[in-house]
Ligand binder design. Structure first.
Ligand SMILES: [Zn+2]
Ligand SMILES: [Zn+2]
Length: 180
């Protein structure tokens, strides 16, 4: 999707930081960074839960010999564009830029290249981000009032489920607030 003007500013700042990092890295020696820098950046739909970034190719791009100029856009999850997730946002953009060189698969060479970029802190990394999106996408909280435990869910429990810890019937509490 086309980014809003605020998102554009953030994407531009992110791009500048990631390319500044890449310029000093052995992993990127010999790659055409100017070409990669020209790839437009966009955002995924707000409700996207499973993907954090996507490299999209122009129609007709040959999947066995992809080239950076055949990338139509790199889309990032809009929730990455916040101070909280910024280190992970850099990591994701760097990951997508590896794809943009024509490296489609997450094979061993890809993982080695990816690991040349500093990992975000675990509590603000890929898994934490995925979990946050899952929670934010919940329509219902299946809640045990005795244990104060809640589970993010898309549908209602309708009294059919018991708390694993104490056996109370889980109650449906509508989720609201945090949107990803
Ligand atoms: Zn990937
Ligand atoms: Zn309980």
């Amino acid at each position: 999707m086309r980014p809003t003007s605020e998102q554009s500013c953030l994407l531009e700042a992110l791009q500048a930081e990631v390319f500044a990092g890449m310029e000093g890295m052995n992993a990127w020696l010999g790659q055409d960074l100017d070409q990669l820098r020209r790839i437009p950046l966009g955002v995924l739909r707000r409700g996207t839960v499973r993907r954090h970034g996507v490299t999209r190719w122009i129609r007709g791009a040959h999947r066995d010999r992809l080239r950076p100029h055949e990338v139509r856009v790199i889309d990032l999850h809009p929730a990455l564009l916040s101070p909280e997730w910024w280190p992970y946002a850099r990591f994701v953009l760097h990951h997508e830029l590896i794809h943009a060189t024509g490296h489609r698969m997450h094979d061993a060479a890809f993982r080695r290249w990816e690991s040349s970029w500093p990992s975000p802190p675990v509590e603000k990394g890929a898994e934490a981000f995925a979990k946050m999106l899952h929670m934010a996408s919940a329509r219902w909280w299946w809640t045990c009032e005795a244990c104060d435990v809640k589970h993010a869910r898309q549908r209602r429990a309708n009294g059919r489920y018991l708390c694993r810890r104490c056996g109370h019937v889980l109650r449906d509490v509508p989720a609201q607030g945090v949107r990803a």
